[in-house]
Ligand binder design. Structure first.
Ligand SMILES: [Mg+2]
Length: 255
């Protein structure tokens, strides 16, 4: 019996070109670090420390792991680095909203799932703080919508595509993996939820509207992981019928 639905955010609930977004994001973020490091080295460090986070094995939060790696060779403390990141996210991140297009049906779909008494989880790759995940959910039209859990860099200790990420979120919401459905656009990062025992729904709207570009996700995971076949595929508009079949126990069954 289905108890929870997990959602990826990037190119699942909002659509944008990942690499175009990154090219706009990094120079703005760099303004808060320009006294420490030139832009080209800064960008390489962001990518390198994000890739390094994949090796986090649960002993510390992703934030601790990222900052420990990022602080190498920089003459400032981890708390000061964190302050610089969060200042940017509070004051400089919101204008990037213009690069993202929301899927118009997301608020309606979430309300319908909520009315089915399902737990709802925002399970974007936890490389951002809560504030950023929340902003991007707002961009999807979900301002004020209550999720049961939002995965972010401070409340997780594994990253996609590691199956342990999905296992730790299932544990956090108190549901068995087989009672959870992961919805996302990425055959590796999102569908690897199946390796933790979750059901999977691969959304294809981004591929169909030509906005989905996964080059950056591939680079950030450093070629880790293999594509995993989903249990369901379709547009977000097809999700409700898949969920109904699972709630009624007529859909795919996992042991
Ligand atoms: Mg995605």
């Amino acid at each position: 019996m289905l108890k929870a639905v997990f959602f990826d955010i990037d190119n699942t609930l909002i659509y944008f070109d990942e690499e175009h977004f990154f090219r706009n994001y990094t120079p703005r973020l760099h303004r808060h670090f320009q006294d420490l490091i030139p832009l080209d080295r800064f960008v390489r460090k962001i990518i390198g420390s994000t890739q390094a986070m994949l090796a986090n094995d649960g002993r510390m939060t992703n934030a601790e792991y990222f900052l420990k790696d990022f602080a190498k060779d920089l003459p400032v403390s981890v708390p000061e680095l964190w302050t610089r990141f969060t200042e940017f996210y509070s004051t400089g991140f919101e204008p990037l909203r213009e690069l993202a297009v929301p899927h118009p049906d997301v608020p309606k779909i979430m309300e319908q799932l909520r009315s089915m008494n399902l737990k709802l989880v925002a399970a974007s790759n936890p490389v951002w703080p809560l504030l950023v995940q929340q902003k991007r959910l707002n961009w999807a039209g979900l301002d004020g919508f209550r999720f049961d859990f939002i995965a972010h860099i401070e409340n997780t200790s594994f990253c996609k595509p590691r199956p342990e990420f999905y296992a730790e979120v299932c544990w956090a919401i108190g549901e068995a993996p087989g009672a959870c459905l992961m919805v996302g656009n990425d055959s590796v990062n999102d569908m690897s939820a199946a390796l933790a025992g979750l059901l999977t729904f691969k959304v294809q709207d981004g591929e169909l509207n030509g906005r989905s570009a996964l080059g950056l996700s591939r680079e950030l995971r450093n070629d880790a992981g293999e594509p995993v076949q989903p249990d369901f595929t379709g547009g977000l508009g097809d999700l409700l019928s898949a969920v109904r079949s699972l709630v009624q126990n007529t859909g795919v069954q996992k042991s």
